[in-house]
Ligand binder design. Structure first.
Ligand SMILES: O=P(O)(O)OC[C@H]1O[C@H](OP(=O)(O)OP(=O)(O)O)[C@H](O)[C@@H]1O
Ligand code: HPA
Ligand SMILES: [Mg+2]
Length: 191
């Protein structure tokens, strides 16, 4: 268990450690840098808030050490609300600031669970005439995916359990944990 966090008492077990996340993020940035070395007019990284906030910050910096230049933009969309299952209804809370027509876009996601969020988002972005759209997702739950989504860069395949930390929340809490873990059952019982 990680040391000293106020939240540690709520965590049953850690699934992916801070060091594993750091190492994998560098690997993903290396792959993306190699694949996009030909892009001279700048990549556009689109962060899917709020969950991807930590990954975006670390991935963009890892890319900045070696990759082609990138601009950052942010969308806020939500489908989970206060619960642990997707409502299936994706709401845009904040749209992109910039036009993406003709741009090479990489969607930066924290997790692909049912796939509903990404499948909706990719359709939305494809209607905006980007030169290309690919996805980098730090986590994926292969056994939970309900709709197939093309995710070119995946960090970790994880079990079908609700997880928190490194941007991922339960009812808006636990996002700031530096690792990813599973909550103790009593945490759900008291909320
Ligand atoms: O594959 P899915 O089942 O659609 O789940 C994945 C999405 O769900 C979470 O976002 P959420 O809607 O909870 O909003 P948040 O990022 O603000 O937490 C997560 O950050 C992904 O964006
Ligand atoms: O396992 C999860 N945890 C937190 N948020 C999520 N959104 C989709 N899956 C998850
Ligand atoms: Mg999200």
């Amino acid at each position: 268990m990680a040391d000293g966090s106020w939240y540690d008492a709520d965590i049953d077990h850690v699934i992916i450690s801070e060091a594993q996340i750091r190492e994998k993020t560098a690997e993903l940035a290396k792959q993306v840098s190699a694949d996009y070395a030909h892009v001279t007019d700048g990549l556009l990284l689109v962060c899917v808030l709020k969950g991807a906030v930590m990954f975006m910050a670390d991935f963009a910096r890892a890319l900045g050490r070696q990759g082609p230049p990138a601009e950052l933009d942010f969308m806020a969309i939500s489908s989970y609300g206060q619960g642990t299952t997707s409502s299936g209804v994706v709401r845009i809370l904040k749209d992109l600031d910039r036009d993406i027509a003709g741009r090479h876009v990489i969607v930066v996601e924290d997790i692909v669970d049912s796939g509903l969020t990404l499948s909706w988002l990719l359709r939305y972005l494809e209607s905006r005439s980007a030169a290309s759209v690919e996805v980098v997702a730090l986590f994926r739950k292969p056994d939970a995916v309900k709709v197939t989504v093309p995710v070119k860069y995946v960090g970790f395949d994880i079990p079908t359990e609700f997880v928190v930390g490194y941007g991922l929340d339960f009812a808006e809490r636990y996002r700031e944990l530096p690792y990813v873990g599973v909550l103790k059952p009593e945490v759900y019982a008291r909320s």
